[in-house]
Design a protein around this ligand. Sequence first.
Ligand SMILES: [Zn+2]
Ligand SMILES: [Zn+2]
Length: 240
Amino acid sequence: MRGVVESSGDARAGTGAMAERHPAIAVTRLVVSPLAANCYLLCCRATGDLIVVDAGDDAPRILWTIDKLTGNHRERVRLIVNTHGHADHTAAVAELRAPGALGPAPVLMHPADGAVVAGNAADARRYLGRDYTPVPPDRPLREGDEVRFGECALRVIETPGHSPGGICLYGHGLVLTGDSLFRRGVGRWDFFKGDRDALLGSIRDKVLTLPPDTVAYPGHGEATTLGEERAENPYFQDED
Ligand SMILES: [Zn+2]
Ligand SMILES: [Zn+2]
């Protein structure tokens, strides 16, 4: 881990928001949904513009944290980004987009997960105990696209295999890895259209080749660095 870790002590929620500051971006993590998915709020430190990544559940708490980070200027939220379409990463998107919430912030996702989002209702009931309103993306994200907010830009890296449209977002010394790469693990490949070889291959060839001090923020669990994962992640130990 790099940088300063601090707890903002959100006493109303069982799990507090955790924040980490990088030179260009401040990262706030909220653990949401019964599946303990990470929702990230990324703030451009130069301008105060924000993006929401993986709004998986607990919309009121996400909005409360946004209000706290922005001084009640929710309009600073520029984009809602889904690293992939699974319900535990997207179930709160409809509530964030509702009138009186975030307004028209565009939703960005890889188009290959459109069918995943459309088919989430049963999984959301079973695993999250809630209804699910699919929100189709307003803009597609594909390999090499940039997610821009304020003076920050994160590059899209396609890492299919956990789901067909899984992506990572890389830039400014950090990478958000969704459910593709975890600390000492990788995402499951036994879901709809999962693909073990695609998952491991894309992480090995396109993510673990990034600078080793890059801080990786996964879709579940604690952050890590790519150097640590190259050295310690059991799925990649036969590659050297
Ligand atoms: Zn997933
Ligand atoms: Zn997940």
